[in-house]
Write a protein that binds this ligand. Structure first.
Ligand SMILES: [Zn+2]
Length: 403
């Protein structure tokens, strides 16, 4: 017999999850329609914008099966009526407890075979406080030490503009990327200067891709590896089929594979709050931000697990988007431990893309930088299942803005 962790969700369990999501929706309705305008655009990498047509309907209603254990209980004649009644009560109580345990079981117990690829953007590093070399070194050292300890085969996506002029990059900045190579990790192209395809012509965007690969390609090839992956800045992939096709042809011609994202989040807002708080020497709030960030990230992961079940019908091999900042350097061990507890093992992006889900059609041409899960859903005309994304606490938003 399958254990709870080995079998698909029952209707009752799904109902419970759906109800929990509905409660979250009710609490976070305002956040669902917020746009990405105005708030720290220079911090922003991707930005899930819940555009028109993405609502918060879609709560499905299943009836929880009635507990009917009493109906199958045999009367044992020699026992007293009182003992028999007690037995029925105990059996009923046990059944109710079992059902409650079943439907409220933590998600971690529902799937011990989860997989996730860590993809880390904006290399070498990113900080709201600027591109200070000492900070960049600390962040790189911290990230790579944690990735090594946790045996996470991550990929880092590079903006080569951060290395200095394209014709003569600074060797101390290139050394930061060399550390990734020396750790055995993969690197990908994230355009030269993080250009936004929705604000550039396809030709400009393609020139940025070409300009952004020079150092990264050389470093990879020095170890016999090929530059393979490309990640769109802001997850903006073009607002028309023509633009998409144009850029796609360029990427194909240069043998790039597009790196999707299925778990998006606002780590960069927490990071801005963190950097400012660390700079003030405020140890208590530094720890408080780390704790809030962990709570937030785990709620995000749970949200995208459920989105995957709703959209694809199962939990796919996920691709997690993070950024190369000090907060992730400080908390990556905690995040990895928590994900492992939820049943995750850490795989390469290449392995994740072997999941057949990634061959689903993406014909989303809206303006938002949304996940591939949501692209597949919108392409299939699915609506009303996206709401409930965890929100960033207001005090974090304020701290990120230095208020
Ligand atoms: Zn980015």
């Amino acid at each position: 017999m399958l254990t709870r962790s080995e079998r698909p969700l029952t209707d009752a369990e799904r109902e419970n999850l759906t109800r929990r999501m509905a409660a979250a929706r009710a609490e976070s309705g305002k956040a669902l329609i917020k746009s990405d305008g105005g708030r720290g655009d220079r911090l922003r990498c991707s930005r899930p914008l819940y555009a028109a047509g993405v609502g918060c309907a879609g709560v499905r209603h299943h009836r929880i099966p009635a507990v009917t254990t009493g109906a199958t209980c045999n009367v044992v004649k020699r026992r007293t009526r009182t003992v028999h009644s007690m037995r029925i009560a105990i059996v009923r109580l046990a059944a109710v407890c079992a059902l409650l345990a079943l439907i409220s079981a933590p998600a971690a117990e529902q799937n011990p075979n989860r997989r996730v690829a860590f993809t880390i953007d904006d290399l070498p590093t990113v900080s709201v406080l600027g591109d200070d070399l000492a900070r960049a070194r600390r962040t790189t050292d911290g990230l790579l030490a944690a990735l090594r300890r946790q045996k996470i085969p991550a990929i880092g996506f590079v903006n080569e503009s951060k290395l200095g002029p394209a014709v003569k990059p600074h060797s101390d900045r290139v050394a930061l990327l060399q550390q990734w190579i020396d750790t055995g990790l993969e690197l990908g192209n994230h355009t030269f200067s993080h250009v936004d395809l929705h604000r550039a012509t396809p030709e400009t965007f393609e020139a940025e891709i070409a300009k952004g690969e020079i150092v990264t390609r050389r470093l990879l090839e020095s170890t016999g590896r090929q530059l393979t992956f490309f990640r769109h800045p802001f997850l903006h992939t073009g607002t028309s089929p023509e633009t998409r096709k144009h850029v796609r042809a360029f990427l194909d011609a240069h043998r790039y594979v597009v790196a999707p994202v299925t778990i998006d989040n606002y780590d960069y807002i927490f990071a801005a709050a963190y950097d400012r708080t660390v700079a003030r020497g405020d140890a208590a709030n530094t720890r408080r931000i780390e704790d809030a960030y962990m709570d937030y990230m785990l709620s995000v992961v749970a949200f995208y697990e459920e989105q995957s079940r709703l959209i694809v019908g199962r939990e796919i091999a996920q691709t997690l988007l993070l950024h190369a900042h000090a907060l992730n350097a400080a908390t990556l061990d905690r995040l990895a431990d928590a994900l492992r507890t939820r049943g995750y093992r850490f795989i390469t992006l290449r392995e994740a893309l072997e999941d057949p889900a990634y061959s689903l059609r993406d014909e989303y041409y809206g303006p938002a930088g949304i996940t591939w899960l949501h692209r597949w859903a919108l392409t299939e005309g699915k609506r009303g299942i996206f709401a409930g994304e965890p929100v960033v606490p207001e005090w974090i938003e304020k701290a990120a803005q230095g208020r």
